[in-house]
Design a protein around this ligand. Structure first.
Ligand SMILES: Nc1ncnc2c1ncn2[C@@H]1O[C@H](COP(=O)(O)OP(=O)(O)OP(=O)(O)O)[C@@H](O)[C@H]1O
Length: 279
């Protein structure tokens, strides 16, 4: 099985001719090298609107670099990134966020002394171009507050929204990251290992939150947890040494002997094999 980027198609009103539709996110021929090391090698990847797509690969495969190229943290040496047909290759991170291309923030970027609600409120109000006045909470904009509460409800944190970040379990803190990303009104959301560091007892919280993300948002999930990938994604792309090895359904990917071979020798092998046994 090889990777062939698929173009979404739609029928016209008579149900006749197939018209090409626009991808939410389209990467074409991305390349990136650090010195002599080719970390991203001619990577093309498409996300249709509402996609649930996972990116997997062994350590050092280039997943984080690809996310950095897609989100505008890094500039590619070659290739193009488009959002809904608009070329965003030369836009930086902030400009891409304004276009609706959002990646999750790290726990370390949260304000640990503020509550979950205050953290999300800041992001919602920033998005709404409003100023935050912590000394006058009575004047806090009701619409911003309601939207912040609704977002926290989406990720399942409504019961703990008034706890400070420092009081939350690590898994809950990671959900606040997702809530902040949602506050920025993403059309495309890049989730960079949301399950990393979450104890298995808390992983159900994450699974439930992922299930409840708005269906119209196209999501690319980078994740090592194959259980999460199977539950979440309808398409999986496998990156190896900077190139796409294959794309397919989770079951197709997990049954692939090529994929198994690249995971052999990796410290992820055991987990992958466990999941594969259930594929
Ligand atoms: N800024 C950089 N300068 C030089 N080499 C880099 C830089 N960033 C990444 N690399 C190298 O690029 C390769 C891919 O790294 P990357 O972090 O993208 O992989 P990854 O698939 O995300 O790995 P992991 O699963 O371990 O996070 C690695 O060999 C890494 O050492």
């Amino acid at each position: 099985m090889t990777h062939v980027p698929r173009r979404p198609a739609s029928q016209d009103q008579e149900g006749g001719a197939i018209q090409p539709a626009t991808y939410a996110l389209e990467a074409v021929g991305l390349r990136k090298a650090f010195g002599g090391l080719n970390v991203t090698q001619d990577v093309s990847l498409n996300l249709a609107p509402g996609a649930r797509h996972a990116l997997i690969g062994p350590n050092g495969a280039g997943k984080s670099t690809l996310i950095a190229l897609l989100s505008g943290v890094l500039r590619p040496d070659a290739g193009t990134v488009r959002m809904y047909g608009q070329d965003v290759t030369h836009k930086n991170l902030a400009q891409r966020v304004k276009c609706g291309l959002v990646r999750t923030f790290q726990v370390s970027s949260l304000f640990s002394g503020l509550t979950a609600l205050e953290n999300v409120y800041l992001a919602v109000s920033e998005c709404a171009m409003r100023s935050w006045r912590p000394w006058s909470p009575a004047k806090a904009d009701k619409a911003v507050l309601e939207r912040s509460e609704a977002i926290l409800c989406t990720v399942g944190l409504q019961d703990v929204q008034r706890r400070t970040i420092g009081e939350l379990a690590y898994g809950q803190q990671r959900l606040v990251e997702i809530a902040i990303a949602l506050a920025l009104k993403p059309k495309v959301l890049l989730l960079d290992e949301p399950g990393a560091g979450i104890p298995s007892a808390q992983s159900n919280l994450l699974l439930r939150a992922l299930d409840r993300l708005p269906p119209e948002i196209a999501i690319l999930l980078i994740e090592h947890d194959m259980q999460l990938v199977r539950r979440f994604a309808s398409e999986v792309t496998v990156l190896v040494e900077g190139s796409i090895l294959l794309s397919g359904s989770p079951d197709e990917v997990m049954k692939s002997s090529e994929v198994r071979t690249v995971y052999l020798g990796s410290k992820r092998t055991e987990r992958f094999e466990e999941e594969r046994a259930h594929a």
